[in-house]
Write a protein that binds this ligand. Sequence first.
Ligand code: 26W
Length: 837
Amino acid sequence: MPNDATLPTAEAANPMRRATHNPLPRGNDADTLALEIVEKLTYSLGKTTGVARMYDWMDATCLAVRDRIIDHWISSTQKVNKDQSKRVCYLSMEFLIGRLLRDAINNLGLAEPVKQALARYGVELDLVELLEPDAALGNGGLGRLAACFMESMASTEVPAFGYGIRYVHGFFRQEIADGAQVELPEDWLAHGNPWEFERRETAYEIGFGGKVTMVEEPGRPPRCVWRPAERVLAVAFDTPIVGWRGKHVNTLRLWSAQALDPILLDAFNSGDHIGALLESNRAEAITRVLYPADSHQAGQELRLRQEFFFSSASLQDIVRRHLQTYDTLANLGDKVSIQLNDTHPAVSVAELMRILVDIHGMEWDEAWTVTQATFSYTNHTLLPEALETWPIHLFERLLPRQMQIIYAINADIIRHARQDKGLSDGEVSAISLIDEDNGRRVRMGQLAFVGSHAVNGVSALHSDLMKETVFHDLHRLFPERIENKTNGVTPRRWLFECNPGLCSLIDETIGTAYRDDLDRLIDLDPYADDASFRDRFAAVKFANKQRLAKVIEERLATYVDPKAIFDIQVKRIHEYKRQLMNIIETVALYDQIRSSPHLEWTPRVKVFAGKAAPSYHEAKEIIHLINDVASVINADPAVRNLLKVVFIPNYNVSLAEIIMPAADISEQISTAGLEASGTGNMKFALNGALTIGTLDGANVEMQDHVGEDNMFIFGLKADEVARRRADGHRGQPLIDQQPLLRAALDSIEGGVFSEGEPGRYRSLTGSLRDRDWWMIAADFDSYWQTQRRLDTLWHDKADWNRIAVHNTARMGWFSSDRSIGEYARDIWHAGAFEKKG
Ligand code: 26W
């Protein structure tokens, strides 16, 4: 087996080598960097400056920058080892990290010298950066949050490992053909990956299927032994994550699946060339593709295999490392905190119990105490269709021992509920780990909850709703367990790197203290009343809009005027996020402009971007409708550029970095109670956009921070939505009362945007007339009115810009450094909050 973890390291073989790392003396000036980049080009890539292609320059630049990260990486690791510091292990099925070069250069303070170094060879850093593929190992908010958290843990010096899956194909590439979404494979590894280190020696066997037997050995209590029918290897690939100012470097460890035997040689030699590779293909399939599912449970067997694969590999790694330093696992919870990013790694609760009890012979009760002390769990959605459950028969077949353990945990919980808390049968079935009503399924949310000492939601509203809805009964049983940790975003990527123009202005105005402590942005607040500052702030926004307009022109061959309002909604396409309401409002506005062309209309560009899950029919129809509406409006001379609609294909992290700084209006218009937090809302406001939104997710806390006058809130509140739904709300009566909405729906249904096929959108509009589950008919009027308030405000540039400045100045609290600080203090007791001794 390709595993030399058992062989002694050079250091162990020769104690003289136990030296602390002495980094080579390395200049960070342009001269030195130029020399090193060319050295990488020559000796690592085998190219001369004369024949190097842009990709070679990109690789060489990454490698030269990487050397500097490695120096910090080794010293960070050595310090954490020496201090025996507590480590956070962030288990996540997704890490949507995007490009890493700019992040690395910026966090190491190398932007200028690298730029100059490349310029000596006539190479532009900006162009080099564009060649790096986006690491799109995630779907949306949950994956991007994991990436922001990794960066913040490094920046705030919390020793951490991110654990996930090295998907060969990340999130699909989206193209639009005849208005409809087309999904194409993504191939981020096609040119290799300069950031990762394959650790062949760090490999673990992961089992599936098979049998559990009781083994009795003389002198030992009987124990269960799981003999899997199938085994695959998980191999580690490490990427260093460097924090702000290069202070600390953590590791993102992604697992790749390999067969134990890469080829069945006998089969091959007997002529079965395909069969010889079957086992290897089957193993590698586990980490081949990311499931393009967000807020919809992806219930296939391969998904459960992925979840167990990375959970088990990560736990084996954590336990092995712990035992290298300590001779016991009893103190695991004191030295390691494992954060479960949603329920995708929740099977870890059962797997850690198996490792502790079956392999290390720990008593059940002690193992349970250790398990709970080690785990904590974050919930990211309340949508019933997104809550993970697995059919018992599938679970049992794939993970027989883990299933037994889940039954045993369940028995303990139920006993506690009945005996100590006096719960009734109905209440007990609500907390059970097994859902008996829907063909017997394992509830991963309940498993994660009971196996953790802390459970959190991602905004104040969401955490409260968790207590009232999904975890209502478990919350009564364990009233201390649920807490709130409102999300945040890393200001390095979402302000410093994506908006250098704004940062230069802020530096000149209030100095650079905010770069180390985002709360200091508040020093900018008084400048909202300074007319000349506002003009400069607006000039930066205008330049960012020109940049986006250029991208739109290049990709869509559509001209948009940067002097118009840029009104932007970018995020996954989902009914609850209500892109449909936005496009219907656009149609209503179009009708109005056409029927009263001589009124003074405010020019607007409606920008949309986002991917729909391939199996989510309604979401794909919404994309199609947006594109259909765009073609009609953009081609109609009657609207005279007063209104433009664009759908930018293939939304990803890099596109977001261009879009966020260019927005005048940020659309955060989900049906209240359904968006757990949102993080796009924070990125937009930080970059000076005005938010139009509902009181949902973190919008509520944003309003607390930026002030009611600086946010444009409309619509039903979460409790009102719940009440209406319970009262059998219907759309049609409300539509009848709203002529604008009625006319807009009539024109969509009349085929104005789908010539020759008037029925194309009948099911979308029909559901609005019917039960209007997402409250579009209910919220339409207040949405429309609020948009018109923004139109009016646009004409008073002083007022608009004053509000925009207040938004940027007051968003400091939404730094993910603050979120991570709260996790470290309240849940992990790590980093600055570690309890030593
Ligand atoms: C199993 C399929 C699946 C995959 C992903 C179901 C659910 C998910 C995620 C929980 C969906 C998600 O990304 N949730 C988002 O998490 C963000 C970070 O906390 C929040 O800001 C968003 O509001 C929430 O929708």
